[in-house]
Design a protein around this ligand. Structure first.
Ligand code: GCW
Length: 678
């Protein structure tokens, strides 16, 4: 059934006109299977080529004909060794794919230094066929630009997934460690196909139970499934675990008993999971325990855990998503204020994990001011793949353009060209550790991600983590070819839909820099009217600040002065009404309703125009998709069509509710031609 289970690894037959050529280029497979990773590469090639070409290549020990594919490392394959392909510079995870000749026979070498590189190369080779590319004269060299490419699962031990819209957790904790759902291996294959090399199994809000022996055994069983695919397991660690499961009175990071407890815990974990990656920690944020409960700093907390992991080679990923019990004057400023003074105070095996923006995974945020501001502390990127604020699983919103926008943003911290990507890949500050995290959108739904198009976000995240300079459009095209079709008249319209979809969501939800106006708690649908409640920054009115005279959050010097957290050239641009990119207008400025925007329209008219434009885009996507009826299998076509109908309804809801509400402040009529809110 075309239920989406196979993700982008569908391996359906290639276009008829290519079959002959491809068969000739992949007629024989020379690949060892002496280790689990080698076996994984060989099995994937056999399975993939069988699906794509209708027949699997012959396995052989040597090259006996044209069209051999040789896979391996200088130590796993005498043939690869003999070819002297200079793999060394590719590092442990890199690979090359090159057209070579072996004793007069034409062949393709997939070579690496390490088995895992060869596995990545095998997936790349398959992708060439899946995307309809020629196999002649290949000369591909790839190695990841970011070392740690990790998924963060916000999965609770009871099967619930926080902000998950794809069903329950895929980790069947109750049946682990003895029952290993075959799905775990498919999960590992999908991730390895992108180069994802780490996974945090449990929610950052997890209870300490996940660190008890019973659950560590379950995690170890998963680690064993993932190991051949180059994926290391990490766990979220609750800071107060020494109290909750250790029987101590305190979790003070400077307390010797507490240190000893964590050292023992680390030892226990590494006995079960020798390649355990380390801990992810959410501390002193949204009510989670942390070092500040004892008057200690984030660095004290992170370093204590880092010391426990260091003898085993583990890493601490300490999150910078903090917001405290006290109400800040501007929530956007807190992470920077707390972390910048700690730069240089963290151990070598600590990374600080920073969300792309300073508020919270909004449809659009300016880049987080921490990027570039902590030269002595490796900062990881945290993107959200699950669409907490972007329409859950039903809205078609392709996130790669959003990731790209953040990665390309220029922090100016070391002059022009100091992009966020260069912070993350370590080149700007010479970080020894580098990493990117994506909050997973994976669940037990048959199609993994809750919708077919949400698979693209998992895919794109993985590709951009491998290479933060990849273009969102190229990634979309690859994915469409692998997932739906290689026919040009399918690829182009679908890529087109995807590429504008995020901007459309910004338009119908929060145009011009508006943010955090979603329903309280669940974050579903519009609720710009929320006021009251326990604290000011848990309301919508806190963020939009609409009054009879204008709208927007003044973050310039006359307001919260959050702009001052950016490097001076950026601060000047964001802080200046004339220069601020219009997409961030109301993020940084409070502006009168009749303010003239760059289109010439007054602000109120421009807002309405954008809301409407967002809805229109969704309507166009429906049209386009309708036109593809018969070109995509009926099962997936029908579900996407149904979800697009939901999206249109909800985009309209967003528009109408937002316009009706803000009109109570602006007191202005709708521009001519605009339909009144239903
Ligand atoms: O985005 C917010 C979510 C919380 C989440 C928190 C975080 C895991 O609404 O559900 O908790 O951020 O990132 O810690």
């Amino acid at each position: 059934a075309e239920d989406g289970y196979d993700l982008w690894l569908r391996y359906r037959p290639v276009q008829a006109e290519r079959t002959g050529d491809y068969r000739a280029q992949a007629a024989q497979l020379v690949a060892a299977a002496a280790t689990p990773t080698q076996a994984a590469a060989r099995d994937e090639l056999l399975r993939g080529l069988a699906g794509l070409l209708g027949t699997a290549p012959r396995l052989s020990e040597t090259v006996t004909r044209d069209g051999a594919v040789i896979v391996g490392t200088p130590s796993s394959s005498p043939l690869i060794a003999k070819l002297r392909l200079h793999t060394l510079a590719l590092g442990r995870e890199g690979y090359l794919i090159r057209s070579v000749s072996v004793e007069g026979r034409q062949a393709t070498a997939i070579a690496a230094n390490d088995d895992i590189g060869a596995l990545y190369g095998a997936f790349h080779f398959l992708r060439l066929l899946q995307t309809g590319q020629p196999l002649q004269n290949l000369d591909i060299r790839e190695s990841p630009r970011v070392k740690l490419r990790v998924l963060n699962h916000w999965d609770d031990l009871d099967g619930h997934v926080e902000r998950g819209y794809a069903g329950a957790s895929i980790w069947d904790w109750h049946k682990l460690p003895d029952w290993l759902d075959p799905r775990y291996a498919d999960y590992a294959r999908a991730n390895a196909s992108l180069g994802i090399n780490g996974t945090v199994l449990n929610n950052v809000n997890s209870k300490a139970l996940s660190l008890t022996p019973m659950y560590l055994e379950k995690a170890a069983a998963l680690a064993e499934v993932f190991r051949p695919y180059g994926i290391r397991v990490f766990l979220s660690a609750r800071f107060s675990a020494p109290i909750e499961i250790g029987g101590l009175e305190t979790a003070d990071p400077l307390d010797p008993e507490v240190k000893r407890w964590w050292r023992a815990k680390a030892g226990e974990i590494y006995r079960l999971i020798p390649d355990f990656g380390g801990f992810l920690v959410k501390a002193n944020s949204e009510g989670q325990p942390g070092p500040q409960d004892y008057g200690r700093s984030h660095a004290d907390g992170a370093n204590m855990l880092a010391d426990a992991l260091a003898p085993h080679g583990g890493t601490v990923m300490w999150r910078a998503f903090v917001y405290s019990h006290e109400e800040p004057d501007d929530r956007a400023k807190q992470a920077y204020s707390e972390f910048v003074p700690l730069d240089g105070k963290f151990r070598d095996n600590v990374m600080v994990q920073v969300k792309n923006g300073a508020i919270d995974f909004q449809p659009r945020e300016p880049f987080h001011p921490l990027f570039g501001a902590m030269p002595k502390t490796p900062l990881m990127m945290e993107f959200q793949i699950t669409k907490e604020y972007l329409g859950f699983a039903t809205h078609l919103v392709y996130l790669a353009p959003m990731y790209q926008e953040t990665l390309e943003a220029d922090t100016h911290r070391r002059g022009p060209g100091s992009t966020v990507a260069r912070v993350i890949d370590g080149s700007l500050h010479g970080y020894a550790l580098t990493g990117m995290a994506g909050v997973a959108n994976i669940g037990a739904d048959r199609n993994w991600s809750g919708s077919h198009f949400d698979q693209a976000n998992w895919y794109a995240y993985g590709r951009q983590a491998w290479n933060p300079s990849l273009e969102a459009r190229d990634i979309a095209e690859e994915w469409v070819r692998m997932t739906f079709s290689n026919e040009a008249d399918v690829v182009a319209p679908v890529v087109g839909m995807m590429m504008g979809s995020r901007e459309a969501a910004v338009d119908y939800m929060t145009p011009l820099g508006l943010h955090h106006l979603m329903g309280r708690g669940h974050h579903y649908g519009p609720a710009p009217w929320i006021e009251g409640g326990p604290r000011a920054d848990w309301t919508s009115v806190y963020y939009h600040r609409a009054t009879g005279e204008g709208i927007g959050f003044d973050r310039t010097a006359s307001g919260s002065n959050a702009v001052a957290q950016y490097a001076p050239p950026v601060a000047r641009r964001f802080g200046d009404l004339e220069q601020v990119p219009e997409q961030f207008l109301l993020w940084f400025h409070h502006v009168p309703w009749d303010y003239r925007t760059r289109s010439g329209r007054p602000l109120w008219d421009e807002l309405v125009h954008r809301y409407t434009r967002g809805v229109d885009y969704v309507r166009q996507m429906r049209e386009t998709w309708r036109g593809l009826d018969g070109r995509i299998d009926a099962q997936r076509h029908a579900q996407v069509a149904a979800f697009l109908a939901i999206q249109e309804k909800e985009a309209q809801w967003w528009r109408d509710a937002s316009i009706a509400y803000f009109q109570t402040f602006s007191g202005r009529p709708l521009p001519a031609g605009e339909a009144p809110p239903a």
